[in-house]
Write a protein that binds this ligand. Sequence first.
Ligand code: NAI
Length: 284
Amino acid sequence: MITKVGVVGCGLMGSGIAEVSARKDLMVVVVESDVLAVEQGMRRVDNSLSRALKAKKITEEQLESARSKITYDTDMGSLFDCDIVIEAIVESESAKEEVFRTLDKVVVKDNAILASNTSSIPIMKLAMATSRPETVVGIHFFNPVPVLPLVEIVRSLLTSPDTEERATDFVEKMLSKHVIRSKDRAGFIVNALLIPYILSAIRMFESGFASAEDIDAGMVEGCAHPMGPLALADLIGLDTTQAVAQSLYEEFKEPLYAPPPLLSRMCEAGLLGRKTKRGFYSYG
Ligand code: NAI
């Protein structure tokens, strides 16, 4: 029975995971790296709840109830009695391994699920940072979490069937999301297909072949995609897009996964998309 959810990292994704869990009446403990990041994370959750209220998706009471279910901390020790912890920090293998090493020490419940929201890092690598790889599983949400119904469940070679089943029940029955299952290869199902497509659009733009607006309009108006690949890269975050491409390239060594130089230069310049107000487009 899952009643208490831990979330590590309260950026774009962690804030959404905390929000949807709290909106389903679960107790949520959010851990961020420092006080400033806690404040930013809290603001992200509050702004998203306010948007849901404005759109009449929730009532004032539901907003207040969800807010009251979430506590914020900078100490991983506060996750000790969680039934499930979902890691959603930056897409860095070494940083995530460090988080899993710590979770292994602090989470005391025997059968607690230790999950990662990673887009691309093989779950086995994170599982082996713990002494309980059978409880480690990938639970990969999509952005924006309160809106998109899909979740990929990724079972490593060592994830126990019981962990996979409980993680699936949690996502389907408690969060009311739709589960698809993937084996443990970098990028899983969705990003293994999506990232080469986005990278092709960046290469097309980089070569001067077409403008960003025309590339995106081509896919929106010609293929009925809700947004074009360059606008989508801005939404995901160019740093995350690059990190996911790197994981895929490291795993498969296929040129189609290699980050194009323009993507690397934009990341070095701090042009990370919507989160920095400038990427392939400018925002606000
Ligand atoms: P983000 O950059 O918006 O947020 C990451 C957060 O983690 C930041 O607030 C940062 O302060 C925090 N953090 C970093 N190290 C930490 C630590 N040691 N302890 C606690 N907090 C820490 O990144 P975003 O986009 O939320 O991505 C998070 C994860 O979700 C990544 O693994 C990414 O691949 C995955 N993901 C991202 C999607 C997207 O569209 N951006 C979609 C699906 C998954």
